[in-house]
Ligand binder design. Structure first.
Ligand SMILES: [Zn+2]
Ligand SMILES: [Zn+2]
Length: 427
């Protein structure tokens, strides 16, 4: 990607309208949509993720149509949610039966040896829900490390009507998320620095509002019962993947795995289908709460930034490549000036012209730009925000706090840049 923006003009090969462009971006025609979506690579991901993505898209369209026609999306606990909870409880029930049956089998010497019981016990243990640990290999901040950032998160949490978080992990993703960790289910917010750095202070409040709203909405996909069942099943599904280039014995193992793997995949797809609509609704509601917290304008601004997540990833990749292809000396030098990565990224994001945002919106409408498999397409979220009366901000950024937050985040920001420059994206 050329670093310097150059204005270009050319006639559209389809309709002849004049196209004004920027040498860094795809040239396309706003009059006839020529070249609006020149086959950008589809996000990778396994089969299950593709199912999830397609469901989020379908329900995203349905729910938006309902909202645009003045109907409120259905109540939170619909029949599907009850069914999903029942299914998840059944999964946990089987797990418990395996553990208890296994212990019993060992004690009673089923089949004349403790082995049958032991195998059942191990299977149950493998399926048992376990708390996620705190992330490693990336900075994790606690209240004392970043009092100003936590103060802002606390205020946003109060505004959306939920408890605040215990820890904030900072990583190199162009995304943000909320989750829990440890046996006590403590709350963890994950902030991707590449996204945080390109947002305005208002848009950051919108991002925090959206994420914390997921706790307030009680999103069933991440709930204690369904969420843990999905995680257990996904782990099992992963463990049962066929062994590549198998030996004779491994071929037998692969054959034995087929039926349980199909069964588990079926269960997972069923759980995804049952929870996708409620999950998509939770995303729209989270966007609405984000708008009430930070203003509709800030929430729409956040959507626009998410739309250029693709170009941002391309820029990051080219910066990382430049650092790593130049040999160890260039890499060391780049790491010593790691912070510059964020300055270049922010400058780049600020320079993206409106016609590129518009192209991403139109391309998104054709192929469905999604932040990840669980979010409805970004252009739909944007449309949803723009319907109805615009909300004013409940919280406005304080410049002093913004500066102090930047100081608190500075060491983590450097560390994340160094990790990116050393290990590349997706590490
Ligand atoms: Zn044209
Ligand atoms: Zn979300």
């Amino acid at each position: 990607m050329p670093a310097v923006a150059r204005e270009t003009t050319q006639p559209c090969p389809e309709c002849g309208a004049e196209i004004r462009g920027d040498s860094r971006f795809t040239v396309w025609c706003a009059a006839c949509d020529w070249n609006v979506d020149p086959g950008e690579p589809q996000p990778a991901g396994g089969r299950l993720e593709r199912v999830e993505r397609a469901l989020a898209r379908r329900h995203g369209e349905q729910l938006l149509a309902e909202m645009l026609s003045g109907r409120e999306p259905q109540p939170r606990r619909d029949a599907n949610a009850v069914l999903a909870t029942a299914l998840a409880l059944a999964v946990h029930g089987v797990t418990l039966a395996l553990v208890v049956g296994g212990i019993w089998g060992v004690m009673a010497d089923w089949g004349g040896s403790p082995w049958i019981g032991f195998v059942l016990f191990a299977l149950g243990l493998g399926l048992a829900p376990r708390p996620d640990p705190l992330p490693t290999g990336t900075p994790v901040l606690f209240r004392t490390d970043a009092p100003e950032l936590f103060a802002l998160v606390d205020e946003v949490a109060a505004a959306v009507g939920t408890r605040s978080v215990h820890a904030i992990a900072v990583d190199g993703s162009i995304n943000a998320a909320v989750t829990t960790y440890g046996v006590r289910g403590r709350r963890l917010l994950v902030l991707g620095i590449p996204l945080w750095e390109v947002l305005s202070p208002e848009e950051r409040i919108a991002l925090l509002g959206h994420e914390l709203a997921h706790y307030a909405n009680g999103d069933i996909r991440n709930g204690l019962v369904v969420g843990s069942a999905v995680r257990s099943l996904a782990l099992c599904h992963h463990a049962l993947q066929p062994i590549e280039h198998p030996s004779a014995i491994e071929t037998v193992v692969n054959v034995v795995y087929v039926v349980p793997r199909l069964l588990i995949r079926g269960l997972l797809v069923l759980l995804l289908r049952l929870t996708s609509r409620a999950g998509t609704r939770a995303e729209y509601l989270a966007d609405r709460l984000a708008a009430r917290t930070a203003s509709t304008q800030a929430a729409v601004g956040l959507m626009d930034r998410l739309l250029i997540a693709g170009p941002i990833a391309v820029l990051l990749r080219s910066e990382v490549n430049r650092a790593t292809l130049g040999g160890p000396r260039a890499a060391r030098e780049a790491a010593s000036r790691a912070d510059e990565l964020w300055d270049r990224l922010a400058a780049y994001a600020a320079s993206v012209p409106e016609h590129e945002y518009e192209r991403q919106r139109r391309a998104g409408a054709r192929r469905g730009h999604q932040v990840d498999a669980t979010h409805p397409p970004t252009h739909l979220r944007r449309t949803c925000l723009l319907t109805g009366t615009p909300a004013t901000a409940a919280l406005t950024p304080d410049p002093d706090r913004t500066a102090r937050m930047a100081e608190e985040l500075a060491p983590s920001r450097t560390k994340v840049a160094q990790t990116l420059l050393r290990d590349g994206l997706g590490a």
